[in-house]
Write a protein that binds this ligand. Structure first.
Ligand SMILES: [Zn+2]
Length: 162
C-alpha cells in the first residue's frame, strides 16, 4: 500500500495521514550494500490544500540496518525527519499526478528518505576501524599516545616562542 490520500477528503479540512509503510514499498534495497532497510517507515503527516497546491508535512521515521564502513560492525541508524514538508502543485507544469482523485506521496517521501541516508555509515563518528579496537579505551588518558598532525605541532611551537 503506497501512501496515498483522496483529494475529495481534503476539500473541507486537513487530513491526517498516519501509518507504517513496509520498507519494500520504498524500493531502497539497491541503494547501498552496507545499508539495509528492513523496518517499516513510520509516517505521521498532515495534508492540506493551500492555494492550488497540496502541502504535506509531519514526521517520517525509518530505522536502517547498517554495517560500519570501517569496522564492519552492524548497527542501527535512524532517519528521523520531524518536520518533513512537501509542496505539490495541483496546476501548472510541475503539477502532481492525480489518479482517481488520489495522490501518491510515496515517491516524494522516498526521495527525501534517500537524501537522509548516511553517506559513510559509521558505528560511531570516531570509529577507529578493525585493528585498533582497544584504542577507544585509551581515549582521554593523555595526549602522548595521540599523534599530532604536523601543522598543529608547529602551531603549538609557535605559541611557545611567543
Ligand atoms: Zn565501526
Amino acid at each position: 500500500m503506497p501512501i496515498t490520500f483522496n483529494l475529495r477528503h481534503l476539500e473541507e479540512d486537513s487530513l491526517q495521514v498516519v501509518g507504517e509503510l513496509p520498507a519494500a514499498e520504498l524500493e531502497l534495497e539497491t541503494m547501498d550494500e552496507l545499508i539495509k532497510a528492513s523496518h517499516p517507515l513510520i509516517y505521521d503527516l498532515e495534508v492540506q490544500i493551500l492555494e492550488n497546491a497540496i502541502l504535506a508535512r509531519g514526521l517520517l521515521k525509518l530505522t536502517l540496518d547498517c554495517e560500519c564502513v570501517r569496522c564492519l560492525k552492524p548497527f542501527s541508524f535512524q532517519i528521523q525527519l520531524p518536520e518533513w514538508a512537501c509542496h505539490l502543485p495541483l496546476e501548472g507544469d510541475d503539477k502532481v499526478a492525480v489518479v482517481n482523485d488520489c495522490v501518491d506521496l510515496t515517491p516524494h517521501i522516498r526521495e527525501d528518505i534517500v537524501l537522509a541516508f548516511p553517506q559513510h555509515p559509521l558505528c560511531e563518528p570516531d570509529c577507529s576501524g578493525l585493528v585498533k579496537t582497544q584504542k577507544k579505551a585509551e581515549k582521554g588518558s593523555g595526549t602522548a599516545t595521540k599523534p599530532e598532525s604536523p601543522s598543529s605541532a608547529w602551531s603549538a611551537l609557535d605559541k611557545l616562542k611567543l
